[in-house]
Structure formats: structure tokens, C-alpha cells
Design a protein around this ligand. Sequence first.
Ligand code: ACO
Length: 325
Amino acid sequence: MAVIRSVIRGVGAHLPRRIMTNADLAKIVDTTDEWIVERSGIRARHIADEDELTSTLGIGAGRQALVRAGIDPVDIDLVICATATPDRTFPSTAVRIQAGLGITKGAAFDVQAVCSGFVYAMTIADNFIKTGQSLRALVIGAETFSRILDWNDRSTCVLFGDGAGAVVLEAQPQHNGRDDRGILSTLLRSDGRFEDLLYVDGGAGSTKTVGHLRMNGREVFRHAVQKISGVIEETLVATGYAADEIDLFIPHQANVRILDGIAKKLGVAPEKIVKTLERHGNTSAASIPLALNHAFEEHLVKEGSLVLMEAMGGGFTWGAVLARW
Ligand code: ACO
């Protein structure tokens, strides 16, 4: 019996103009290129200028994804923007992107799950599509984390960067077989007991300020390997795939040591892991679509490729999406 699946039709990205290298950072805080590369794998990140808002980046990424999909903006009926750094407290960044792209149909809203935001947004869009509420969705991960960093805190400010990535999903009938294209499985988790390990110390409803990112890096690291491996294992069991059948792993890009730790734990071949954090740093919700865009542009992904995306972020929130390109 045929089923409706959310097929990825296009992918796009947009990065701020300005690049900040580790050497640039070493002029601001007490750090070195060696420390940052050895502990995180990051060499550079893009930093948004004042005129580059989260929506500016999201519009750029969304426009490129639509062009590559060959889909007119007026045919999009759902816009979801995953972000923890919205332009304004309200309205949502998604409606600003919707207007910026000339989309007038359907609904637009933001999703806040920090670094897991893109996995959350893909899951929500997939459910809108599978239930017939949406035919074509634009799913965006866009962040300007540079605005919430404490530039005096060397333990956090060296790790993050700004950017946006987007995908266009379309409802397409598939025959419910192993070669089906589109999203095959989604899995979301959260556990609010870990809030104190990774959070922002401000907000409209508490301090009336935006606040700064605070993180217990060592503890986050420990949980990340454990929780992400768990959700990947659950996805493989639920779908009946073995780890070596996955063509491409598109992980949230937080730290190269986390990616290598997960790969080792699950027995994933290193060449199947897409790594972009060297050039982007941790771009939170934007990191998976930025890595997907890289995979597309480098021809690492082709029609039929089995792609596993996973992330963990503040909350904690975490999850995985398995899709066939
Ligand atoms: N440059 C130089 N030295 C530094 C820097 C820096 N930028 N930052 C910290 N140090 C020093 C510390 O002060 C400490 O010095 P001390 O031993 O004299 O006290 C030393 O380096 C070691 O610090 P640790 O924090 O123990 O270093 P660790 O090996 O744990 O690495 C890191 C830190 C990179 C943050 C690591 O813990 C990590 O990657 N954690 C995961 C973070 C993460 O992935 N977060 C995001 C996930 S969720 C999301 O994406 C929002």
C-alpha cells in the first residue's frame, strides 16, 4: 500500500560574510589555535555583522534551497525555522523569512530546541506532510549565536559560529518498501533535568535581557556521546538497518571528538561522517543543514543515499532523523 513520505527536494545554505579564525580569536581572549583545534577540531567560524540577522541568513539559505528544488515560493505551505537566536522575541523568525521569500500560504513558526532544533523541525514538518496538512515545507536552521556569547569566556566563545541551512520537503507517494525515498524515521527526546549544564542566563520572561550562553563543557561532552549513540541505536533497531548500511552520517557539528567518539562506539566508518565544524564551528540548529549542503555540493550524497542526521543540545534535547535522499 502506498504511503506519503517527505522527500528532500532541495538544500541550501547561507553564511555571514565575515570569517573569524582561531588566530583572530587569540587577539580577543587568552587562547591559542592549538588549544582550539586539539580540543574541538574548529579552525574558523563565520560571524554575522549587525545587518546580518538570523532571518537574513535564513532567507538566503531558503532561497537557495527553493531554487535548487525548482519550487516556486508560492507553492510552499509550511515554514519552520529552528533557532535559539530569533531576530526578535516576537514575531517568529519564520514569519519574517516567510515574508522575505514571498510565501503567503499556510503557516510559519519557530521551533526552539537549541542544537537539536533542526531535527525537531524536520520531525514536525514530516508529521504535517504525512497527515496531509502540508504539501511542501521549507525547514530552516538559522542562528546568530555570536549575539549570545560571552566574549570574555574563552571556554565557550571559541566554539560557536553563525549561519543557516535549509531544506525543501515535498509530499510524495512511495510504495512503502526498503527503497522508499524521503524521511523514514524520526525520534525525539528531551530531559529538562539537565538544564543547568547548558543554558542562557537571560530571557524576556526572567531577566528582560537576552543573556549569555553558559556551559559545563565536560559534562555536556559526557552526555552527548551517550545520548546520541542511544538514539542512533534506537533508530537502527526501529528501522531494521545496520550501522554499515548508512551511506552518510550528518551529525550536529559540536566537537570533532564527540563525532569520533560516537563513530567508534557504533562502528561507523570515518569516511561516512560529514564534518564541517572545522570551517563553521558549532552553529547550533544550522549545523545539520549546513553539513547537508556541504554533502550535496561535494556530491557525497546522491539519489538513494541513506542519510542519518542526529543532534543533541541544551535542555537537554536530542534526536535523530533517518532519510533516503
Ligand atoms: N583556550 C585555552 N585554554 C582553555 C580554553 C581556551 N579557549 N578554554 C578552556 N581552557 C582551559 C581551561 O581553563 C582549563 O584550564 P585549567 O586546567 O588550568 O583549569 C583547561 O583548558 C581544560 O579545560 P576543560 O574544560 O576541562 O577542557 P576540555 O578538555 O573538557 O575541553 C570543551 C573543553 C572543548 C568545551 C569540551 O569539554 C567540549 O567540547 N564539550 C562539549 C561541548 C559541546 O559540544 N557543547 C555543545 C553541545 S550542545 C550544543 O551544541 C549547544
